[in-house]
Design a protein around this ligand. Structure first.
Ligand code: GDP
Ligand code: MG
Length: 148
């Protein structure tokens, strides 16, 4: 089964959106396979966003991510990477549809409250970085009510 790395950024934690965000993934039917509140240092944040090094907003992005605790999660389910991106909405909240997390709760691209892996390969790398212990091994008793 596919995994995605989902992170509630410091603004999402400060604004009290942790429960709301987790609830949206839970209600969809995805299964929580890893969860931790953590503060990351500059080197760790730069590693996570290494693909964006050189972008004009890179330093601001790193300051943002290290400005407070984040909630790091592994979610599991069929097509969870692509569907997770739909639940999150477009990078720029002005372009995010109403009903998506960013569309409902964010205004500025530099305060867009949540991260989600953009491909199965990115998810694999991000989970290895954030969860060296790997996913928690459990099976939801709802499985046969969610999957045919
Ligand atoms: P994502 O995959 O939708 O999160 O978007 P990207 O991978 O392209 O960018 C990572 C993060 O960098 C975004 O979620 C934003 O927080 C930030 N970011 C992206 N583009 C911009 C920008 O043009 N300006 C600023 N300030 N931040 C940006
Ligand atoms: Mg991205």
């Amino acid at each position: 089964m596919e995994h995605s790395f989902i992170m509630i950024k410091p603004d999402g934690v400060q604004r009290g959106l942790v429960g709301e965000i987790i609830s949206r993934f839970e209600k969809k039917g995805f299964a929580l396979k890893g969860l931790k509140l953590m503060s990351v240092d500059r080197a760790f944040a730069e590693n996570h966003y290494s693909d964006l090094a050189g972008k004009p907003f890179f330093n601001g992005l790193i300051e943002y991510i290290i400005s407070g605790p984040v909630v790091a999660m592994i979610w599991e389910g069929k097509n969870v990477v692509a569907t997770g991106r739909k639940i999150i909405g477009a990078t720029k909240p002005a372009d995010s549809d109403v009903g998506t997390i960013r569309g409902d709760f964010a205004i500025d691209v530099g305060r867009n409250i949540i991260h989600g892996s953009d491909s199965v390969e990115s998810a694999r790398k991000e989970i290895a970085l954030w969860f060296s212990e790997g996913p928690v091994n459990w099976q939801s008793s709802l499985h046969s009510w969610i999957y045919e």
